[in-house]
Design a protein around this ligand. Structure first.
Ligand code: UD1
Length: 418
C-alpha cells in the first residue's frame, strides 16, 4: 500500500471531477442489507478501504459480498455468526453499525467496543441506551458489547442527548423490525440518514419524518431485499470544491446534490468564491483574495465537521483572521499542527482555532493525522511553494477513491509513492 502522497504546489487547477457514492452512506446501506434474507444490491458504492472493511465484517457474519465495479451484491439469506470481532472494529469504528440490524434480525449480537479514536473520545452510550429502551439487554465486558433480545424488540420513545449520526442509524435499523412504534427524537438529519431511510422504506419498513429531527418507525415483521443507489458524497465533493477555492479553479464537481452542501457553499461564497449549482453538481471559481470567514461545525444542516480541516486550509491563506469552532468532536484539530509546519498561523484554544491568514504556505514533510485532515494537507500542498510530502496516507484511502488521479485530472502535480 502506498505510504505517501507527494504534491508540488503552484499548478493551476481546472476542469471537472465526478464524486462517488457517500462513504458514510454506503457503509450503513451495507449493514441495512443484513435486515432482509435474500440478495440486496447497492449501486454507486465507492472503492475505498472502509467499504472493504465493512465487506469483511459482513463476510465474518456468514454473509456473501461480491463487488462488480461500483456495485455490491450482498447475500444475507443466512447469517451464521452474530459477532463483529475486535480486529475489524479496531480497523473501522463504523463497524458498530451492525449492532442494531443484527439484534433486530437474530435477537442477539456481539460487537467489539471501538477503542479510542484519534478524533476525540467518540462514545457509544446513546447507541446502548437507545437499544435498551427498545428492549435489548446489554452486557458490557471483556471489550465486547453483548446484546440480546430473546423476547424480540419493542417500540419505545427515545430522545437522543445529541443528534448522533451513528446512534440514529443503529436505532433506526433496530426499530424497523421491533413490535410497535418507536419515536426517535433529536435524530440526526444528515443526508446519509435520508438515504438509509429510503433504502429501509423500499425494503418494506414504515418510517415517517425523513429529514426531520423526529423519526417515527412502525415495526414490521419482515423486510425484503432491494436494489438501492448510494447518495453522492457531499464531503468528497466539498473537498474538491475547496481545491478549486484554493487554486482559483474553475472546478466543476459532479455526482452530488448541491442542496446537501448548502452551508459549505454559503461559506465558500462568503470567502470570496463564485459558486454555481448545477442539477448534479457545483462549479466554483475564485478571482479575488480569500476573505476570512468564521465557521462553527454543527450537526446537519450546520457546517460539517468532516469539512472543518479543508476549510481551515483555505482560511490559512485568507486576507485576515478567522475563528473555526469545532462543536461535534473533541480534539479534532490535529491537522492544525501539521499545516503549521507549512507556515500556517493557527492558535488552538479548547475547541476554537484562531487562524491568521498568511500570504503563502511552503511545502514541507507532514504526517496525515486522519482521513479529512490528510486530504486537507494535500489541498494545502496544491498551493504551497515547492514540494509537500504527506506520509501515512492510508487514512486518505479509507475514504477517497482515486484521490490523486482525480486531482491530477484537474491539473495538479500529485502522486502516490511507496
Ligand atoms: C459519523 C460519520 C463521521 C462524521 C460524524 C458527524 C460515519 C461512518 N461517520 O460519525 O464521518 O464526522 O458522523 O457528522 O458515518 N457521541 C456520544 N455518544 C454516542 C454517540 C456519539 O457522546 O453514543 C458523540 C461523539 O463522541 C461525537 C458526537 O457525538 O462527539 C457526534 O458523533 P456521531 O454523530 O455519532 O458520529 P459518528 O456516527 O461516529
Amino acid at each position: 500500500m502506498a505510504a505517501s502522497i507527494i504534491v508540488t504546489g503552484g499548478r493551476p487547477l481546472s476542469g471537472e471531477v465526478r464524486v462517488g457514492g457517500a462513504k458514510n452512506s454506503a457503509l450503513k446501506l451495507m449493514a441495512a442489507a443484513l435486515l432482509a434474507p435474500g440478495v440486496s444490491v447497492v449501486n454507486n458504492v465507492p472503492a475505498i478501504t472502509d467499504v472493504a472493511t465493512m465487506a469483511d465484517v459482513l463476510r465474518g457474519l456468514g454473509v456473501g459480498v461480491e463487488r462488480d465495479d461500483h456495485t455490491l451484491r450482498i447475500d444475507a439469506t443466512q447469517i451464521t455468526s452474530h459477532e463483529a470481532p475486535y480486529e475489524l472494529v479496531a480497523r473501522m469504528r463504523a463497524s458498530i453499525i451492525v449492532l442494531g440490524p443484527l439484534v433486530a434480525r437474530l435477537g442477539r449480537a456481539r460487537v467489539a467496543m471501538p477503542g479510542g479514536c484519534n478524533i476525540g473520545s467518540r462514545k457509544i452510550d446513546m447507541h446502548i441506551r437507545g437499544l435498551q429502551d427498545l428492549g435489548v439487554a446489554i452486557d458490557l465486558g471483556h471489550g465486547y458489547i453483548e446484546a440480546t433480545a430473546p423476547e424480540g424488540l419493542h417500540g419505545a420513545h427515545v430522545i437522543l442527548d445529541f443528534p448522533s449520526v451513528g446512534a440514529t442509524e443503529n436505532l433506526l435499523m433496530a426499530a424497523v423490525l421491533a413490535e410497535g412504534t418507536t419515536t426517535i427524537e433529536n435524530a440526526a438529519r444528515e443526508p446519509e440518514i435520508g438515504d438509509l431511510v429510503d433504502m429501509l422504506v423500499s425494503m418494506g419498513a414504515r418510517i415517517e419524518g425523513r429529514g426531520s429531527a423526529t423519526l417515527v418507525v412502525t415495526g414490521v415483521h419482515e423486510l425484503a431485499p432491494v436494489r438501492h443507489r448510494t447518495v453522492g458524497d457531499r464531503i468528497e465533493a466539498g473537498t474538491y470544491l475547496v481545491a478549486g477555492a484554493l487554486t482559483g479553479g474553475p472546478v466543476t464537481v459532479r455526482g452530488v446534490t448541491p442542496g446537501h452542501l448548502e452551508m459549505v457553499l454559503t461559506k465558500l461564497e462568503q470567502a470570496g468564491c463564485d459558486v454555481g449549482g448545477l442539477a448534479d453538481g457545483v462549479t466554483i471559481r475564485r478571482d479575488r483574495a480569500i476573505r476570512p470567514v468564521d465557521v462553527a461545525t454543527l450537526p446537519y444542516p450546520g457546517f460539517p465537521t468532516d469539512m472543518q480541516a479543508q476549510f481551515m486550509a483555505l482560511m490559512s491563506l485568507a486576507d485576515g483572521s478567522s475563528v473555526i469552532t469545532e462543536n461535534v468532536f473533541e480534539n479534532r484539530f490535529m491537522f492544525a499542527d501539521e499545516i503549521r509546519r507549512m507556515g500556517a498561523d493557527i492558535t488552538i484554544e479548547g475547541h476554537r482555532a484562531l487562524v491568521r491568514g498568511t500570504d503563502r504556505l511552503s511545502g514541507a514533510p507532514v504526517i496525515c493525522p486522519d482521513l479529512r485532515g490528510g486530504a486537507a494537507l494535500v489541498l494545502a500542498g496544491l498551493v504551497a511553494e515547492g514540494e509537500t510530502v504527506v506520509t501515512e496516507v492510508e487514512h486518505i484511502l479509507r475514504g477517497y477513491e482515486s484521490f490523486t488521479e482525480k486531482l491530477r485530472s484537474l491539473g495538479a502535480d500529485v502522486r502516490l509513492a511507496d
